[in-house]
Design a protein. Sequence first.
Length: 613
Amino acid sequence: MTDTKKNIEELDDVTIRFAGDSGDGMQLTGNQFSDNTALFGNDLTTLPDFPAEIRAPAGSLAGVSSFQMQFSSNDIHTPGDDLDVLVAMNPAAFKVHLCDLKGNGMLIVNTANYSPKNLKLAGYEENPLEDKNILEEYRLIKVDMSEMVSKALEDMDLDAKSKARCTNMFALGLLYWIYERDMNTTIDFLKKKFKKKPDIVEANKRALKAGFYFGDTIEAIKTTYKINRAKFKKGTYRNIMGNPALSMGLLAASDKSSTELFFGGYPITPASDILHFLSNYKNLGVKTFQAEDEIAGICSTLGASFTGSLGITASSGPGIALKGEAMGLAIMTELPVVIINIQRGGPSTGLPTKTEQSDLNQAVFGRNGEAPLVVLAPKSPGDCFYMAFEACRIALEYMMPVMLLSDGYLANGSEPWKIPDFSKMPKINTKKTVHSDESFMPYARDQKLSRPWAIPGTKDLEHRIGGLETEELTGNVNYDPINHEKMVNIRNQKVEVVADEIPELIPYGDETGDILVLGWGSTYGAIRSAVERARLEKKSVSHIQLQYINPLPKNLGDLLLKYKKVIIPELNLGQLNHIIRAKFLVDTIALNKVQGKPFTINEIYNKILEVKI
């Protein structure tokens, strides 16, 4: 046998995308590669992308599922722009994703799926793999993965469908070989996942090894690649996705406040994982309730909060719309509730599995009457932990509902996360009161304008509660116009006073200069990477990422005036931009995208270059 492995090339970073039919196991394949990469010690970020349908039409463009990741020996913030490697398992994946592959990038295809039927479904009259332009522009690796897997499993008593399902492991094994990776992490995963199905474990293991050793024999791949470990701050890390991180933040807040957590919600993409995750922690006193609809979900949460629990509900834009009246009730009754919105493309049912930031106006303004609440937004999958904890802290210490705005990109994306020292996390003080004299006033306030949390059934703490306007101190129903105006102002001041504890903003870059890029939520990675690139080119560009949306940090207005131009990138039509312009009278520049996809680094970098000072 000729040794074709002639060279090992060191790279700083690589961007890979696995793409195929929604039944081809692309998400599992991508997750396995990312977990392996995290254990190896690279920095990484991921971007899963899949159809909304449970089983999209096989072979169709709409049914393409993909998983992208960038991994590096350096600090990175996004899953990458242009692809170094595209694994296109069928013609539909080829057609949808080829445009993102770099010139001379590696294109790996399973030729077995490029049949006349699949070519027709993808809109091809001829096989694109025979196109000379494709052969010249990319490093095309054609492999009949299906046949090779079938040969590897020919002595196993499995049906053809079960054998075909192992093809994704062949592709994974090939990529492991190309990037000098160990297969054992995936073998261990298979043993755990299919421990009651030893034949399935063996079949997938054989397919994985077949792909790995095929790489060692194929003449077309003469170079393998090595990406050295990244330099992380000292600590223990794990690869984490946004929704699990957010859920753990809720659990941490429950423990640090000595308050039992109650989650009431209705399943909806992409928020459902929070309910699934929390339901595993009954041993920590967590109660989860899958309600019959969105309204019942938040109303059960209000009831739990009234009786002394940390009330949590989660949904996406359509569900948040249904929860609107009950959110107003939470504001009126001043109960500690956290409402989580994992944003997706809208309006209405919209794009259930795609990402967007289009619910900001809904979060800040989307209730009847004057009904302000605190709005927070995490900036990365790992930051979901900290902002969920902070949302609970504010809700409990200020006695008010808080909305947390994540999105599909953060929820399903992942990154290495330094596990915090739980013993050093702050204690959360609640307003629970257990005794009083006969003059108990349920709406008397402390310096934070928080009212007492009077638990029902406690002697001498009887009080009236409901959605009708309350009298200032007693909580009794009161229709007096002056009292109403006073209570409206108090509820508004309750939100504004939170700003006293919000950390002052510190720009990345210079505190004064030509351009400030101001973002919020999940745009963080693309903005930071674009600004880093611009600053390496000696451009006067700085970056601020807002995690507190309502109220805004106190020093934001002063900072905005220190830059000649302010760019606000958003995955909507300019909702934060409108708020900033109205509040601070700054002539900001909007950069908007509503394609169901996150920003690329190039899109923001090019906007920086476009802005004339």
